[in-house]
Design a protein around this ligand. Sequence first.
Ligand code: GLN
Length: 428
Amino acid sequence: MGSTFTFDHDDPNNAFITICRQADYGDGPLSGIPVAVKDNISTAGIETTCGSKILKGYIPPYDGHAITLLRSAGAAIIGKTNMDEFGMGTTTENSAYGPTRNPADPTRAPGGSSGGSAAAVASGLVRMALGTDTGGSIRCPASFCGIVGLKPSYGRVSRYGLIAYANSLEQIGPLAQNVRDCALLYSVIAGYDPRDGTSLELPPPAPLKPEIAGKRIGVPTEFFGEGVDLDVASVVRSGISRLEDLGAEIIPCSMPSMRYALAAYYVTSMSEASSNLGRYDGVRYGTAPDSFRSWHDAYSQIRKSGFGEEVRRRILLGSFALSAGYQGKYYAKAQAARRMVRDDFARLFRTVDMLAGPTMPCVAFRLGETSDPLSMYLADILTVPANLAGVPALSVPCGTAHNLPVGLQLIGKHYAEDEILSAALAFE
Ligand code: GLN
């Protein structure tokens, strides 16, 4: 059975890069539900830009695996959402298509890099959306916009058709207005896909059990360390008390590898990005300039005019980190630090069922507030550990600070998405 969904809303927050006014849909668990998709996930016949000028006009000939699953679940795909170029950013201001505004306060950024998806959900334009999370890009905008967002375990959701930024870290995941919708969309996109070599054969997601009594929840001191806004910290601590009131056991603990997590994340992600973005050369992707003196000249012209400043910065730093003579100094060290993070999680999960803390150290930034890249990178400190270890993590709204939404982060054991989603029901 085929029907057509008509989308006739305006987009006052610039949440979308492309809007599909008419979207076909079929039967299934998502039948007729409007869903928005981040613009780095390939959609057959719908322009897919990754928020970059270099991919303007690119129309993928095939659907990513998550899109195939969305369509067969009956969803109406009503557009592609704004994002930091190639996922590189924390505000959605690094988009070639203008910034997105935060529906909770339009003078603020929605967070990033899946800021368009979060804004589309938070403003009620769609019930749910897909984002991607390489180092926090689902959880950060969920936190800043006051919605729920889940980064699944690495290997849970196929990355087939996801245009790569840092492939060893990223996953596609759901953003939704509430925990049950988030779990519903997650259950649709999770599953094995032979076209992604890192996809895993796992039992299907289980139904949620709103039962938190007896769960052991670890709270690492480092999650409330230096740089965490005091009002944000106190709202999150009240959220954790709520879990305790419902019968969970709160266990203070420590995660010493946190001090290396940001450096490990940025060296790894920039190194992978420098390699993944090599394909935008004006031949395979991107448009070659009309006139050029040599191939080097053409290559540098296309990349200089096609990529934004942050993307070029990361390609340069990543190429440097991987260059001969420096690999041992940077990349190998980052991998060693990554192992320390993974080992810390493994140690903690021997005694606790999940970890809790703030998703972000602060509330949504003002638009234009942060032009300094280093201070921007620091804001990712609480989200990157889960990506380095490949464990699932979500952000659920737990209150407000400075009149803006605050997200509480729950981090689970590998493949225990159901457990953290169930615990998040405490906040509904
Ligand atoms: N803010 C982080 C970065 O800029 C995370 C991005 C992401 O998860 N895509 O890399």
